[in-house]
Ligand binder design. Structure first.
Ligand SMILES: C[S@@+](CC[C@H](N)C(=O)[O-])C[C@H]1O[C@@H](n2cnc3c(N)ncnc32)[C@H](O)[C@@H]1O
Length: 215
């Protein structure tokens, strides 16, 4: 059946999948079932944010934000003086995210990444956590995201799995079976073509991070 699906059908099915799982997303991925606390990946987040340079007053785009797992971690660093843009094309993810995060310095945006309605050079950082493989036009998505970054701004992409682990996981899930992380060479070529300078590239069991700055 998948063989016969065209790109529009794959796109629609993927979006429907994220809408259907929005309410349970945090329970599925971040809840420690033994304690009931949402801190299953606390150490991984600590490691991720030790690498991303955020400071009070920064303007940050959390793209493919889902239900907003990064919100408290980003707000803690940019403080009330900063501004956080939570962008996702799943209206249900944005609905859940908004309900759980009433802070006044968050702007919620329901849009595809390639249509991100932010002015050029308006953000200090763009964080792309656990979502890049799902972008249907990765080259265009990167171009758009780099455009909204200020010069010397940070672009970080991360997963709490290796690229091999992510690709295997997606391969086993019908709704996202086409969603793959490009291999290291292809990824580095794409980043370079959009004017990003790579500071860290980590791809190991349990952790993937590409940390870059806009030249
Ligand atoms: C695997 S989930 C991760 C969500 C969140 N970052 C997290 O880690 O909990 C991927 C997210 O990317 C969003 N997404 C996928 N393709 C997108 C696109 N083209 N534009 C905007 N958001 C997209 C999905 O709706 C989903 O919320």
């Amino acid at each position: 059946m998948e063989m016969n699906m065209n790109a529009d059908e794959i796109y629609a099915r993927r979006r429907e999948f994220f809408n259907e799982h929005a309410e349970s997303w945090a329970d599925m991925w971040y809840k420690d079932q033994s304690t009931g606390r949402y801190d299953k990946h606390a150490k991984d987040f600590e490691r991720l944010f030790s690498k991303i340079d955020l400071k009070p007053g920064d303007r940050v785009l959390d793209v493919g934000c889902g239900a907003g797992v990064l919100v408290p971690l980003i707000l803690e660093r940019i403080t009330a003086a900063g501004c956080l843009f939570e962008l996702d094309y799943s209206e249900k993810m944005i609905e859940v995210n908004k309900r759980n995060h009433p802070e006044g310095n968050i702007q919620f945006i329901t849009a595809d990444v390639v249509d991100a309605p932010l002015p050029p050079e308006s953000c200090d950082a763009v964080i792309c956590f656990s979502c890049f493989p799902h972008f249907h036009d990765k080259k265009r998505a990167l171009e758009v995201l780099v455009k909204v970054l200020k010069k010397n701004g940070v672009f970080a992409m991360s997963h709490f799995s290796s690229s091999k682990g992510i690709n295997e996981h997606h391969g086993n899930c019908r709704a996202v079976m086409h969603d793959m992380l490009p291999d290291e060479d292809a990824m580095l070529a794409m980043l370079k073509a959009t004017g990003l300078k790579v500071k860290d590239f980590v791809d190991e069991p349990g952790f993937y991070l590409i940390n870059t700055v806009k030249a």
